[in-house]
Design a protein around this ligand. Structure first.
Ligand code: BMA
Length: 377
């Protein structure tokens, strides 16, 4: 009897420990997701313990040829490939101004080009993630306008139809992302990012948690049910946050997100505080994503201008080894002073190459063409 009791207690403790450790990956939020979209998400979960995928925003569109000089639109060019020898495993793209029916996004990249870059990344077996700095639908100002907006664009609000018209344009573009056989290309869609900050019209001080979650759910439901888009993996991406409750305050629910992430930059803080701050947030992200069976990711990260020559291996790599995330996306090499990854000759280039060579990092050369989309890895 005593033995039995001890055994049961030990078994219960083991089960509890296991339970606390990991939830099996949750099914994709969209029950009607295409098989390739479901497979991509399942494969990303499988890849998680094997290493972190490196990502770069606008990688194929433009970059820095050498200090002070940009390149733009050169076929197959990539600062990451020029520096490390391989393309990123994750490609980030931005759809701001698509809602205005503009031919180019807010960073002057033509949408037709973005479509072909998405196809190129997909063909090499890499992953595409899409953000949307959409202009304020209430007053026509930019995404960075902080006027009260969300209640006006929700169903029943005076600007709802305007918002829906913008979603229609978004949906037409997302629906046009097709592979060579006409198949829908799965993408990670990351709407209303950095919502725990207060610099976008969907930010924390700009709307209530109920308004934010209503906007999120309406948007995702509309894309799924009205627009019949089933190639989306949905990413929830905070900026800074204090604790689990703060992170989840505006969480739309497990039925509305697949990836849990946050954005963090060295800029704007004491560089010495970046690593400990990141470690604190990654520890929280690890436990929250495990508890919900969601995929953890560093949805944006970087050091503008990368002035620290060993930032990749001394600051980022130790963090990524301690707290596995699916991917870490660095922002765009936008101009000679606003850039987030190395280019040949840049101060951190040699270190970036070492980061690439580490067993724990995954670039496109380690993802066979289309493998993530076609069979369980
Ligand atoms: C910001 C900056 C801007 C850019 C925006 C959207 O962080 O890079 O220059 O317009 O992202 O890509």
């Amino acid at each position: 009897m005593k033995l039995f009791r001890t055994f049961v207690l030990a078994a219960t403790a083991a089960a509890l420990a296991l339970g606390a450790q990991a939830q099996a990956p949750a099914p994709i939020a969209d029950p009607a997701a295409t098989p390739a979209t479901k497979l991509l998400l399942a494969n990303l979960h499988r890849l998680l313990p094997r290493g972190v995928m490196y990502g770069h925003q606008d990688d194929l569109a433009y970059g820095i040829a050498q200090a002070g000089q940009m390149w733009k639109g050169d076929a197959n060019r990539s600062d990451v490939k020029s520096t490390a020898g391989a393309y990123p495993a994750v490609f980030g793209w931005e759809l701001g101004h698509l809602e205005l029916d503009s031919a180019r996004n807010l960073d002057a990249v033509p949408f037709a080009k973005i479509r072909s870059y998405v196809q190129q990344a997909y063909a090499m077996g890499a992953v595409n993630t899409i953000s949307w700095h959409l202009d304020n639908p209430h007053n026509g100002k930019t995404a960075w306008d902080t006027a009260r907006t969300v209640p006006f664009i929700l169903p029943g609000g005076p600007d709802h139809a305007k918002y829906v018209a913008r979603l229609d344009r978004l949906a037409a573009f997302l629906g046009s992302l097709k592979g060579p056989k006409g198949e829908a290309i799965p993408v990670i869609f990351r709407p209303f990012h950095e919502h725990t900050g207060s610099w976008f019209w969907w930010g924390k001080k700009e709307c209530t948690p109920a308004e934010f979650t209503a906007l999120w759910r309406f948007t995702v439901d509309y894309l799924h049910n009205q627009k019949k888009l089933h190639n989306l993996i949905i990413a929830y991406s905070a900026s800074d946050f204090a604790d689990e409750a703060d992170y989840l305050e505006r969480y739309p629910g497990d039925a509305y997100a697949d990836v849990l992430g946050f954005d963090d930059y060295v800029n704007g803080k004491d560089p010495a505080k970046f690593q400990p701050g990141m470690a604190r947030k990654l520890a929280l992200l690890t436990s929250i994503s495990k508890a919900h069976g969601k995929l953890p990711a560093l949805t944006e990260v970087g050091y503008d201008g990368v002035p620290d020559p060993t930032w990749w291996t001394k600051t980022m790599l130790p963090l990524l080894k301690q707290y596995p995330v699916s991917y870490a996306l660095t922002w765009r090499n936008g101009d000679p002073v606003h850039f987030f990854t190395a280019y040949p000759g840049q101060a951190s280039a040699a270190d970036f190459k070492q980061f690439f060579q580490d067993k724990q990092t995954i670039f496109a050369n380690r993802l066979g063409p289309l493998r993530l989309y076609t069979k369980p890895i």
